[in-house]
Design a protein around this ligand. Structure first.
Ligand SMILES: [Zn+2]
Ligand SMILES: [Zn+2]
Length: 252
């Protein structure tokens, strides 16, 4: 099982962090968690084979998490020879089909007409599905937008939890307890705290409850550059914390 943080940025365009996108390889499944602007080109610059992605799982419908879905669909149809024939599954909260409908219809071609089989699977929060034998994906509602979910991906002997965007929620921390990697949003410094995103201090409080093998930070807004993020987390949590960059990777 391998996790690569493809895009560790947000809605704010910066040179070295594209929008949200995280890539998990597990047992032949190649899963992209969120797909914001810049993710498809970052996959290419990191040498990750975007042509063979099997699943795209969306946490919510904000632009910085979904805008490159049409870019990738177009790449699979017009950006490779021969064009893609392998099936693709797009997974997301209830409303994902309507979102992808609107995005692709606006661009003049429905997702049903890209020339390879696309399935859209809407997962009510709390559901657990099998991606393949021994590989499960589970979602949990998080406080951000009405549809927002976190995901747990479980492969043989290992679990990764990806929070997507969220405000503080101790229930999420309990749900994530004992995971190998807690890939968690860390958006804004405490001085700019808002209810729908996490500060480093709140990440520390969640990590203290969840006690993961590793805390991996993503979704960082530029004001965090002026803060000693590991120190702010360390005031609440003593475990291993990584401030991820685009292209950071870990093998489980
Ligand atoms: Zn976001
Ligand atoms: Zn969001």
């Amino acid at each position: 099982m391998r996790l690569t943080t493809v895009g560790t940025g947000t809605a704010a365009p910066v040179a070295d962090r594209v929008q949200a996108g995280h890539f998990v390889e597990v047992g032949g499944m190649r899963v992209l968690l969120d797909c914001g602007s810049g993710v498809s080109f970052r996959l290419a610059s990191l040498g990750i084979d975007w042509a063979t992605i099997t699943h795209v799982a969306l946490t919510h419908f904000h632009a910085d998490h979904v805008l490159d879905v049409p870019t990738l669909l177009t790449a699979w149809r017009h950006g490779m020879l021969p064009p893609r024939s392998a099936p693709l599954e797009i997974i997301g909260p209830v409303g994902t089909a309507a979102l992808v409908d609107r995005m692709t219809d606006a661009l003049g071609i429905s997702w049903r007409e890209y020339g390879f089989p696309v399935t859209i699977r809407e997962m009510p929060a709390g559901e657990r599905i099998a991606l393949a034998d021994g590989i499960a994906l589970e979602s949990r509602s998080v406080p951000h937008t009405a549809e927002s979910v976190a995901y747990l991906i479980e492969g043989p002997g290992h679990r990764i939890v990806y929070t997507g965007d969220m405000g503080f929620d101790e229930g999420l921390a309990r749900w994530a307890t004992g995971c190998d990697v807690l890939l968690i949003e860390c958006s804004l410094p405490a001085a700019m705290a808002i209810p729908t995103h996490l500060t480093p201090e709140q990440v520390g409080a969640i990590a203290k409850v969840a006690s993961p093998g590793l805390v991996a930070l993503t979704h960082m807004y530029p004001p965090l550059d002026k803060v000693d993020v590991p120190a702010a987390i360390a005031a609440h949590y003593e475990g291993h914390v990584v401030v991820c960059h685009d292209g950071w990777s870990t093998e489980l």
